[in-house]
Design a protein around this ligand. Sequence first.
Ligand code: TXA
Ligand code: MG
Length: 341
Amino acid sequence: MNTEKLTAGEVERAAAVLRRGGLLGLPTETVYGLGANGLDPAAVGRIFAAKGRPQDNPLILHIPSADWLERYCQNIPPAAWTLADQFWPGPLTLILERKPLVPDAVTAGLDTVGIRCPSHPVCRAILTAAGVPAAAPSGNASGRPSPTSAAGMLEDMEGKIDAIVDGGPCSVGVESTIVDLTVRPPRLLRPGGVTLEELREALGEVAVDPAVERLMGAGEQPRAPGMKYRHYAPRAPVTVVRGDPARCAAYIAAHLGPEDGVVCFAEFAGDYPGHRVEILGPAADKAAQARNVFDALRAFDGTDVPAIWAQCPDEAGLGLAVANRLNKAAGFHIVGLEGEP
Ligand code: TXA
Ligand code: MG
């Protein structure tokens, strides 16, 4: 199939792709999505085929405004409206009880559904024009880092989707925060652009699913099925080094092999002469790190570095989301320097 490249102005053409059951590369503020009409099970089925995505991994429904929530969800708790008021449109997905009209193909048979109202103006215009919600996972092939530009998405999806809209680079750079509101207390399933601190300020107690911070053991089930997969994985194995940035930089310099690559804070980019280095962003700028983390990981796929060493921010604020993506890329292979002499 020939993938049609659309500009941000071609909203009607993009909406028509969704309406006729096609696959559309969709810009959002987090990452690019692979969208299809979320009420059409056949169209949703094609998403799984294009990505090579496991069938047991449910999709998020994207809506253009919060007043669509009641079309697809029931028994909506007050906390959902509190969060929608405060963070929508924006990088936050709510897990709620679904109404029967949401297809099993979207929810993987669960009785809950993830709903998100993105803030990207082109995305919202397309959803409004289409008049249907878009089921959309991140636009990468399964197991690859999420794409933060149209060009990045085309690396994985050229020829597999009907069209893609170029809405520019993503302003957040990591996928949405997911919070499950069907359990008490509410539970963070995936950290993202809306921080845990912000959720706690809005709701009070918020639990953190163990899959956010460690690898699930055999027989353990994360509440977000997708969190059990080793996502975001570059082709070379990754080791995350966590702790004081200067000490971590020195640790990496002392341990890396002659051909190894490094993902580091901008301040330390000159510390690895002769090595392939990708910059995460300044050590104090977690928003920049979030925007760069997936591209930094993707950049190594065209190379033959045998291993990658990565610096990692602390977990306050957006750092939790950046650290989670790096840790998942590393399969939670982490060296912690805090406790060492
Ligand atoms: O920012 C984002 O959320 C992007 C953009 C495109 O909107 N989308 C995205 O979708 O990251 P995806 O499919 O790559 O990740 C969705 C995650 C998966 O881990 C999935 O298991 C989880 O959300 N999920 C979806 N529906 C769920 C549900 N009903 N209960 C628990 N987890 C759910
Ligand atoms: Mg994904």
